[in-house]
Write a protein that binds this ligand. Structure first.
Ligand code: CU
Length: 126
């Protein structure tokens, strides 16, 4: 009967692996439920709450954008968008046209010049 113990241990191990595999597939099905929605983050040149409002409003009007949230202290803009309606590149362009840098891309000069002095990127975050 002694030989049965390792056998049942092996069986338990197999079962354990099987349930672990199932657990791993669960998040994938959650992702499938929200399929088509993607999130992108851009480092901007925003310096204050006015910048935050300006950028979030501007992005809200962009095609395919579901939400846009700017964190002023880190200057990071998080955009949730429909992947079949827009692209991170188009979203960066939208940020540039609002007058702010988006990652390595420099702000549109005209839009930047229209910003109030307190929102110029030469200012520290305030
Ligand atoms: Cu500002």
């Amino acid at each position: 009967m002694k030989f049965l113990l390792p056998l049942s241990l092996a069986l338990f191990t197999l079962l354990g692996v099987a349930s672990a595999t199932q657990a791993q597939t669960a998040p994938a099905s959650v992702q499938a439920a929200t399929k088509g929605t993607a999130t992108a983050q851009f480092k901007t040149s925003a310096v204050c709450d006015m910048c935050k409002t300006r950028i979030e409003k501007s992005l809200a009007y962009e095609k395919g954008v579901q939400s846009a949230v700017l964190d002023v202290p880190t200057k990071v803009l998080t955009v949730t968008y429909k992947a079949d309606k827009t692209t991170p590149a188009a979203l960066r362009t939208a940020v540039q046209k609002t007058g702010y840098d988006a990652d390595e891309l420099t702000a549109d000069a005209r839009a930047y010049n229209r910003l109030p002095d307190c929102c110029k990127k030469t200012n520290p975050v305030h």
